[in-house]
Write a protein that binds this ligand. Structure first.
Ligand code: C5P
Length: 213
């Protein structure tokens, strides 16, 4: 197979706890590319709106790297807050340039989120849509929360996840959906290693290879 002339830009989308974040980090490491977790941008905006009382669109316009370091951003409360501000078109518009600039780096890049293959990087030569059943994702998140010592019950985790899925896929502005040319990776019965192997095989079928020694 001839080598593609384009740089490697990988767009990874999918719902919460599908495994897309872990996959994006591993793919980026394997191919030597910078990685942007775009969910963190929406989480930071939700956090600034909820904890500092900022207008969400203004928070998105003035977002600084330091805002992304807030430890509370990884939690489920921040995820719910993110999905609320993410439905506001001005918030999305104000985060667009940062994401597009990241994707335009000469090195290539890996971005993960909900609208990377459809809105941010529709030109990406590699698009993956990572999903898993609601049950499998709720089980993963429940185990993860318990391991972190968070007191919760599985039905609550499942209900919150279903609510976030619905909000993310039914909103008018850049709803979560697979791009028509995305490779669908259902990780319901796969561990992280199997998902990584499937993604690398797909990327290599497109003619891309990791950087040599
Ligand atoms: O991926 P993560 O769970 O960190 O994303 C948090 C929320 O941010 C999502 O539920 C979604 O509403 C929003 N988001 C988005 N578009 C992206 C990334 C995240 O709307 N590209």
């Amino acid at each position: 197979m001839s080598r593609p002339t384009s740089r490697l830009l990988v767009a990874i989308d999918g719902p919460a706890a599908s495994g897309k974040g872990t996959l994006a980090r591993r793919v980026a490491g394997h191919f030597g590319l910078p990685h942007l977790d775009t969910g963190l941008l929406y989480r930071a905006v939700g956090w600034l709106a909820g904890h500092r009382g900022l207008d969400p669109a203004a928070a998105a316009a003035g977002l600084a790297m330091a805002d992304l370091a807030e430890p509370g951003l990884r939690g489920d409360e921040a995820g719910q807050a993110a999905s609320k501000v993410a439905a506001i078109p001005e918030v999305r518009a104000n985060l667009l340039k940062f994401q597009k600039d990241f994707a335009a780096q000469a090195s290539g890049a890996v971005l993960d989120g909900r609208d990377i293959g459809t809105v941010i990087c529709p030109e990406a030569p590699v698009k993956l849509f990572v999903t898993a059943s609601l049950e499998a994702r709720a089980d993963r998140r429940y185990r993860e929360l318990r391991e972190r010592g968070v007191e919760t019950i599985r039905p609550r985790v499942l209900a919150e996840m279903a609510e976030r899925d619905r909000r993310d896929s039914e909103r008018a502005a850049a709803p979560m959906k697979a791009a028509p040319d995305a490779y669908l990776l259902d990780t319901s019965d796969m561990d992280a290693d199997a998902a990584f192997a499937a993604a690398v095989a797909f990327i290599e079928r497109k003619g891309f290879r990791p950087p040599g020694p």
